[in-house]
Design a protein around this ligand. Structure first.
Ligand code: GDP
Ligand code: MG
Length: 439
């Protein structure tokens, strides 16, 4: 997908503005790239139309090239297509909250059941699992083993009992145990079939679940759209869980779910370990699809939040290597203003997977940086060189901010590294250099 889109942007190099004429070719590339990524045709059609309409309508933003502008529009529309915001799980007003999992065979339902239990346990909720796959004894054993692993009770009733009856017994048990959330694993089939749907309907009637989540393998290609549509019409889903995102899926399924069902993807599975379940972030997914999980989009986001003049000013400064601690502060604050640190961290290379602990860590280090910058004199903020040259100044800042001299040195080094990195990003390849701090 990325390389296809790359050629779309490239076709706009050298253009002044986006026009009806000059977006024809790039839009064709985008369309092709989406189809190759297994996005279903009707979804692609609507998407391409939405992007084209917006692209032709936009005015010229000073300092932003048409190709960048198109990237932004495509990215916005991708996020919108995937539901915009993060969709949280819904909990019942009175416990237990019941979550019913459905999906084809091998997509990861049983794994997700246990992952989900662990995920909810981490949020302080007590859980119970119900083993509803009566077709394979091994499936029950698998859930029992995973349940042990995450230390959550599993209700089993063997393979001779109908799923709906297991659901009834399991729910009763859950109420007796007073658990907050019950997750029911069910049997899948290789393909959609009547018995599976009828079984699921029966189970649903008994459980009256708060969430009916369709588990979808991210590798599912074109069929994802039909699959989601059918499950939604037959049993009525409240959302989806996309699994195996750690594989090299082409992302098509992610783009189709919301569009065809109106229901969001709520969670994603990114591996076989029990910890590998996280919320679905439409903006991060768009970033991944666009292949822009890099510092450029980080800068872009930050610029968006800052006033336009500030952004232009910043660009000027980067070009002339005058990016100073005031800009640094402005940028970090702009980032904080964007709300969720996690969204930004997701854009930094090598930080694809961000844990809550890492987010807290990053927020803490932002606070530490701010404290040190606040301890600088206006002159020092404007001329970071002063700090590179003078250990005495660094020592004073350390004392005033209550940090160590080493932390101050690190911050100074970071600023110079950032200058170089930004300059390179802006395509000014002559680059600056990172001075060695004098001792
Ligand atoms: P079910 O038939 O829907 O219950 O699927 P299972 O839970 O038994 O999973 C089928 C296979 O997919 C197992 O080998 C799992 O370990 C694997 N699996 C499930 N989720 C993920 C995931 O997010 N990433 C990867 N790499 N493998 C997964
Ligand atoms: Mg299973």
């Amino acid at each position: 997908l990325t390389s296809g889109l790359e050629s779309a942007w490239n076709k706009l190099k050298g253009e002044e503005v986006l026009t009806k004429e000059n977006i024809v070719e790039p839009m064709r590339d985008i369309r092709r790239a989406l189809l190759e990524a297994d996005v279903s045709l009707p979804v692609v059609r609507r998407f391409v139309q939405a992007v084209s309409e917006r692209a032709v309508g936009v005015g010229v933003i000073r300092g932003v090239k048409p190709d960048q502008q198109l990237v932004k529009i495509v990215s916005d529309e991708l996020v919108k297509l995937m539901g915009g915001e993060v969709s949280e799980l819904t909990f019942a007003k009175s416990s237990p909250t019941v979550i019913l999992l459905a999906g084809l065979q091998g997509v990861g339902k049983t794994t997700v059941s246990a992952k989900l239990a662990l995920y909810l346990k981490k949020q302080g909720k007590s859980c119970m699992l119900i083993a509803g796959d009566v077709y394979r004894p091994a499936a029950i054993d698998q859930l029992v083993i995973l349940g042990k692993q995450v230390d959550v009770p599993v209700y089993t009733a063997g393979t001779d009992v109908k799923p709906a009856e297991i659901a009834r017994q399991g729910l009763q048990e859950a109420k007796k145990k007073n658990v907050d959330v019950v997750v029911m694993d069910t049997a899948g089939r290789l393909q959609i079939d009547r018995t599976m749907m009828d079984e699921l309907k029966d189970v649903k009637r008994i459980l009256n679940p708060t969430e009916v989540l369709l588990v979808v393998d991210a590798m599912t290609g074109q069929e994802a759209a039909a699959l989601v549509t059918t499950f939604n019409l037959e049993i009525g889903i409240t959302g989806a869980i996309l699994t195996k995102l750690d594989g090299d899926s082409r992302g098509g399924a992610a783009l189709s779910v919301k569009e065809v069902s109106g229901k969001p993807i709520k969670l994603v599975g990114r591996g076989e370990r029990m910890e590998d379940l996280e919320p679905f972030y439409p903006d991060r997914m768009a970033g991944r699809i666009l292949g822009m999980g890099d510092v450029l989009s980080f800068v872009e986001k930050a610029q968006e939040v800052m006033k336009q003049e500030d952004a232009e000013d910043l660009q000027q400064k980067i070009m002339s290597a005058k990016f100073d601690f005031n800009d640094f502060l402005k940028q970090t604050r702009a980032v904080a203003q964007m709300g969720s640190m996690s969204r930004v961290l997701g854009m930094i290379p090598g930080m694809g997977k961000v844990t809550p602990a890492q987010i807290r860590e990053a927020e803490k280090s932002l606070q530490i940086m701010e404290a040190m910058i606040e301890a600088m004199t206006p002159e020092e903020r404007e001329k970071p060189e002063l700090l590179a040259e003078s250990p005495a100044r660094r020592k004073r800042i350390a004392q005033e901010s209550g940090k160590t001299e080493q932390q101050v040195s690190q911050l100074v080094a970071q600023l110079f590294q950032m200058r170089v990195r930004m300059k390179n990003l802006m395509g000014v390849m002559q680059g600056g250099s990172v001075p060695a701090l004098s001792n």
